[in-house]
Design a protein around this ligand. Structure first.
Ligand code: DC
Length: 214
């Protein structure tokens, strides 16, 4: 079984996909975490998004692993560092680089080949799991997504201004959906769910109903 969940930042993808994976006892892959990990590596090594030669070299030296929802770069657990505002503010600029996308898409397809999986991201239904059994596209208003992100960030100890956060989400949506290579887009055969006024439990049970109906 292959399930693709796409949507913009803050639409609830990760929380929902993680819980469904647990309920169905299948693997969950957060592809956004992979783009964040590459971004973190580039920022730490002062590799600009414009230096394609250095990025190409970096990709050869990055050993990216997912073990039980923990992400490692060259054996170092970077799961919390990839959530920092610095990475969040830069990730869309690295995620639009073709060699980075092709590198990660290849990896994601390989991971999905041998097992039942639920993957979330921006291009899962359109590119990575084009033949997924179920494709879901989650949306929510920008205001609601900002409210959710603010809550998550404050739980993680970050103090962020709500207006700034809303602008930041708008900017990321714009970069993610207008890039040339595999932009954020609803697949033709995806089912769209607007989660603005739904609880997490409601979204999960709606998707599980869709899965049951096949
Ligand atoms: O879902 P997230 O906020 O952790 O994703 C981080 C960034 O990675 C997001 O701005 C867009 C990019 N991304 C992508 O381009 N393609 C994916 N499949 C997943 C994420």
């Amino acid at each position: 079984m292959k399930i693709a969940i796409d949507g913009p930042a803050g639409s609830g993808k990760s929380t929902i996909a993680k819980q469904i994976a647990k309920n169905l006892n299948i693997t969950y892959i957060d592809t956004g975490a992979m783009y964040r990990a590459i971004t973190l590596y580039c920022l730490n090594n002062k590799i600009s998004e414009n230096n394609l030669e250095m990025i190409e070299n970096a990709l050869k030296n990055i050993d990216l692993e997912f073990i039980n929802n923990v992400i490692f770069i060259n054996k170092v657990d970077v799961s919390s560092e990839i959530r920092s505002p610095l990475v969040t503010n830069n990730v869309s600029n690295y995620a639009k680089i073709v060699i980075i996308r092709e590198f990660l898409q290849k990896k994601q397809k390989m991971i999905a080949e041998s097992q039942s999986i639920i993957m979330d991201g921006r291009d899962i239904g359109t590119v990575v799991l084009k033949d997924a059994d179920i494709k879901i596209f989650l949306t929510a208003s920008v205001e609601e997504r900002a409210r959710r992100r603010l809550k998550d960030l404050s739980n993680e100890g970050y103090d962020v201004d709500k207006n700034l956060l809303t602008e930041e989400i708008r900017r990321r949506d714009e970069i993610d959906s207008t890039r040339t290579h595999s932009p954020l887009k609803k697949a033709k055969d995806a089912i769209e769910i607007d989660t603005s006024n739904m609880t997490i439990e409601e979204v999960i049970s709606t998707i599980e109903d869709i899965i049951r109906r096949g």
